[in-house]
Design a binder for this molecule. Structure first.
Ligand SMILES: Nc1nc2c(ncn2[C@@H]2O[C@H](COP(=O)(O)OP(=O)(O)OP(=O)(O)O)[C@@H](O)[C@H]2O)c(=O)[nH]1
Ligand SMILES: [Mg+2]
Ligand SMILES: [Zn+2]
Length: 289
């Protein structure tokens, strides 16, 4: 509520937002108007226009979408080199989705206390790759870090925490507040994966800003992209594509393709190009469903 207190609110069954077919009419981050009735119940009467929102389709085939969060300033993707392994394809798909939503992305590499020498090298390479593309990156150990290690990156913003199950989103949140705000779970020994401890999204207010913990999500923002669009969401591919011979080049074997040339020369990382191809493949598949 306006005074900073929490209130349990109901919503009418037929409440729907124009233009969006969503499984949840109200999402974390929404500003709403609430009417309090004499019987003590509170009813949401109005949802204010959203500055932006991040959606996830309920399933790949479904036209209904789930609004993950609304009115956010940046998304922090928590990445672990190991325990669990986060693939570069996952990171790049995530970043492409943020580009599509025009939402700022921040990469937080967590669990650096667990890294072997090889994994440390990998971390340094990945940070330098993403920094070179203009993404802000951080590295830390959420189990032992201080709020001051993270707060500057969150100041003045509403940040959505995202990342695979078990990467430490809830642990990071607890570190920020210096006490247990939310439950954390262990990594399964058998699968080196998280166990989906957080089951719904929740917003927490910081002295300057807010942070939203979300359940570990596999299919974050499976936005439907047109094949021609995919290249726009990879910054270096987009920039290089201006030098391709054909304006509609998909960078998959056309003659005079500047992107493929840059990949061969090492100016564009192979991991990024692979991720591009993987997203492109999805578009082609969806078309023929
Ligand atoms: N060694 C180490 N373990 C960590 C670190 N951060 C988190 N963990 C552990 O990783 C496990 C998973 O952490 P959570 O915070 O529950 O992960 P989550 O991302 O919230 O997972 P979901 O809620 O399932 O999406 C817990 O056992 C944490 O203690 C870290 O920096 N170092
Ligand atoms: Mg969690
Ligand atoms: Zn090309």
């Amino acid at each position: 509520m306006d005074d900073g207190s929490n209130a349990e609110c109901h919503i009418k069954g037929n409440f729907r937002i124009r233009g969006i077919r969503s499984t949840n009419p109200v999402a974390v981050g929404d500003f709403v108007e609430v009417q309090s009735l004499p019987d003590g119940t509170n009813w949401i009467t109005e949802i204010e226009d959203r500055r932006n929102y991040i959606i996830r389709r309920a399933t790949n085939l479904s036209k209904e979408s789930h609004i993950l969060a609304a009115n956010i300033d940046q998304v922090a993707l928590i990445v672990t080199i190991n325990h669990p392994v986060t693939s570069t394809t996952f990171i790049d798909r995530f970043l492409a989705t943020c580009e599509a939503y025009r939402v700022r992305a921040l990469l937080i590499f967590n669990k650096i206390d667990l890294l072997t020498d090889n994994e440390r090298t990998q971390l340094a390479e990945l940070r330098s790759l993403y920094e070179s593309l203009g993404y802000e990156t951080l590295e830390l150990s959420a189990i032992s870090c201080q709020p001051s290690d993270i707060l500057p990156a969150l100041a003045g913003k509403t940040t959505l925490l995202s990342g695979n199950s078990g990467v430490g989103k809830s642990t990071l949140l607890n570190a920020l507040f210096g006490r247990e705000m939310t439950r954390t779970g262990s990594i399964s020994d058998a699968h080196n994966k998280g166990t989906h401890t957080t089951t719904f999204s929740e917003m927490y207010f910081l002295p300057d800003g807010a942070i939203i913990d979300t359940p570990g999500i596999k299919g974050f923002g499976a936005v439907s992209m047109e094949k021609e669009e995919v290249g726009h969401y990879f910054r270096e591919i987009f920039n290089t594509s201006h030098n391709c011979r054909f304006g509609n080049c998909t960078h998959t074997g056309e003659p005079g393709c500047a992107v493929q040339e840059a990949v061969i020369k090492g100016a564009i990382a192979i991991s990024r190009y692979d991720s591009y191809l993987s997203l492109l493949g999805d578009c082609t598949e969806n078309k023929y469903r």
